[in-house]
Design a protein around this ligand. Structure first.
Ligand code: HPA
Length: 244
């Protein structure tokens, strides 16, 4: 049976609790090994990949994004929904809000960010006018409506190298450049997914206001806490999306 959808779970989304008949897959690719879970939801075949590992052991700059995406391609996956915990630069996207990404600004520095390294792989310049899959974004919006969940649209995601959080001046700069949200993982994930021809969308969950906007100093624990309080919304959205 073909796989309907892959879910890449970000911070706080480690466990595909919704899946039945679950089996673990270890997929070897030319970029390394990826660990996934395959299972069924309402008769649909779904794979789940915990981006940071099931125990959050891999920091954003060390995630093997190429192996993860290459493994999904090897499994025949066509559609991917990723989740991402993000800081917010936009008062209309406060902690607890779910936002569909529309664009990104790339501030990463030292990542393997392409499948096209020259040589055998060739030289390819992929179009990124609309980085996220419009069709899947439409399906996610319809699912949110159906489930009575608020899903904001067109979030501009700023991807930093991490693993440190930002300085207050960096957050002010990202705001001036038009960023709404900040995180550490969507680039190169979206880039590789698109290079591989996958239909890829991201549901971001705002966990905090960015450094200097927030009155308190940000900790990873705070991010995990707010994610845990809101993860059920993300799960409900996916449960609505998968069968439709
Ligand atoms: N900055 C970067 N990444 C994040 C943040 C943040 O404020 N919150 C959650 N992930």
């Amino acid at each position: 049976m073909s796989i309907e959808l892959a879910i890449i779970g970000g911070t706080g989304v480690y466990d595909p609790k919704l899946l039945e008949d679950v089996q673990t897959l270890e997929i070897d690719t030319r970029y390394g090994r990826a660990l996934l879970t395959q299972g069924k939801y309402q008769g649909r075949e779904v794979v789940f990949l915990a981006r940071h590992g099931t125990k959050h052991g891999t920091p954003p700059h060390n995630v093997n994004y190429r192996a993860n995406i290459a493994a999904l391609v090897k499994l025949g996956v066509k559609r991917v929904v990723a989740t991402a915990a993000v800081g917010s630069l936009n008062e209309k996207m406060p902690p607890g809000a779910m936002i569909l990404l529309g664009q990104f600004l790339d501030f990463t520095k030292a990542r393997e960010a392409t499948f096209f390294d020259g040589g055998e792989a060739g030289v390819v310049h992929t179009d990124f006018t609309a980085p996220y899959c419009p069709q899947l974004n439409g399906n996610l919006l319809a699912a949110a409506n159906q489930a009575g969940l608020e899903l904001l649209q067109d979030g501009v995601y700023v991807c930093t190298e991490g693993p440190r959080f930002e300085s207050a001046a960096e957050i002010r700069m990202y705001q001036k450049l038009g960023g709404d949200l900040v995180g550490m993982t969507n680039v190169p994930e979206v880039v590789l997914a698109r290079e591989a021809g996958l239909c890829y969308s991201t549901v971001a969950l705002s966990t905090n206001f960015g450094a200097g906007i927030s009155p308190t100093v940000l900790t990873h624990e705070e991010v995990l806490e707010v994610m845990a309080e809101n993860v059920e919304k993300v799960r409900r959205l996916l449960m609505e999306l998968i069968p439709n």
